[in-house]
Design a protein around this ligand. Structure first.
Ligand code: PAF
Length: 277
């Protein structure tokens, strides 16, 4: 059975008395297949699953679509039930922020100001503040985040490490269409022609992933991206898995963001650098 808690008191009452490992999947609702993957991964690794649904005003900038963000609680609850969630915490804004937006926030630091953060000032501080509140409220032992929003995942990992938050953060690989396009709710804004053009992102990353050094990976990806008509690259970068400088050897990440028509798309892949004699 899936219990719906709209208040912190109800969440605590439902959560108290649970034994075993508790996993949390944090969402803003409008649940899609990517969220289902997170819930399935969580179910496979924990005894209990809490899904949170909260459209967090703190992570939307002026002019972003906070008011228009889809709120589809009934449909979301059906998804949570189908995926075996034990508890859904779906608070109103006043329950999470009773005194207005919080004066004390979790500062994302310099890593919150680059890549996605460069075009969305304050976004990651808003994300980390609500994520830390939800970790404290759910008292989850594990949490599952999609690798699609790689910077968010890396910053959550960084916060947990820097603040010693006792939760195990797991990344879940990006769900892709059969032709490689990363699934995103924004894909629906692409015309057929733009969708075809957008495939250069995943192709560029795929070809770059076969390279063993940063410069070759970047050059390969740039060449593929340049072949895409109507694709305007915002950034292309190679970093270490926590978004620090790219290592010469070992695991790394390639990140890309580009505008296709009016739609901004992001994607990323793991790289394995070095190891060539
Ligand atoms: O990825 C999201 O949906 C949101 O950023 C999150 C993690 C639920 C915080 O509001």
């Amino acid at each position: 059975m899936t219990v719906l808690a709209r208040t912190i008191a109800d969440l605590r009452q439902a959560r108290d008395g649970w034994d075993g490992a508790v996993a949390a999947v944090l969402t803003m609702g409008a649940l899609h297949d990517g969220h289902r993957e997170l819930m399935r991964a969580a179910r496979a690794h924990a005894d209990r699953l809490v899904v949170t649904i909260f459209v967090n005003p703190l992570q939307f900038g002026p002019g972003e679509d906070f008011e228009r963000y889809p709120r589809t609680l009934d449909a979301d609850l059906a998804v949570c039930r189908a995926e075996g969630a034990d508890l859904v915490f779906a608070p109103e804004r006043a329950e999470m922020y009773p005194d207005g937006l919080p004066a004390v926030r979790v500062d994302a630091g310099p890593l919150g100001e680059v890549y996605e953060g460069a075009s969305r000032p304050g976004h990651f501080t808003g994300v980390l503040t609500v994520v830390s509140k939800l970790f404290l409220l759910t008292r989850a032992h594990l949490t599952f985040f999609g690798e699609k929003d790689y910077q968010q995942l890396a910053l959550v990992r960084r916060m947990v490490r820097d603040l010693n938050i006792p939760i195990d953060v797991r990344g879940v690989p990006t769900v892709r269409e059969s032709d490689g396009l990363a699934r995103s709710s924004r894909n629906r804004y692409l015309s057929a022609e733009q969708r075809a053009a957008a495939l250069v992102l995943s192709r560029a990353l795929h070809e770059a992933a076969a390279q063993s050094d940063t410069q070759s990976a970047l050059a390969t990806a740039r060449k593929v991206l340049a072949s895409g008509a109507g694709v305007e690259v915002d950034y292309l970068a190679v970093t270490d898995p926590l978004l620090g400088p790219a290592p010469a050897d070992g695991p790394a990440r390639m990140l890309v963001a580009a505008r296709v028509g009016g739609t901004r798309l992001i994607d990323n892949v793991p790289l394995q650098l070095g190891g060539v004699s």
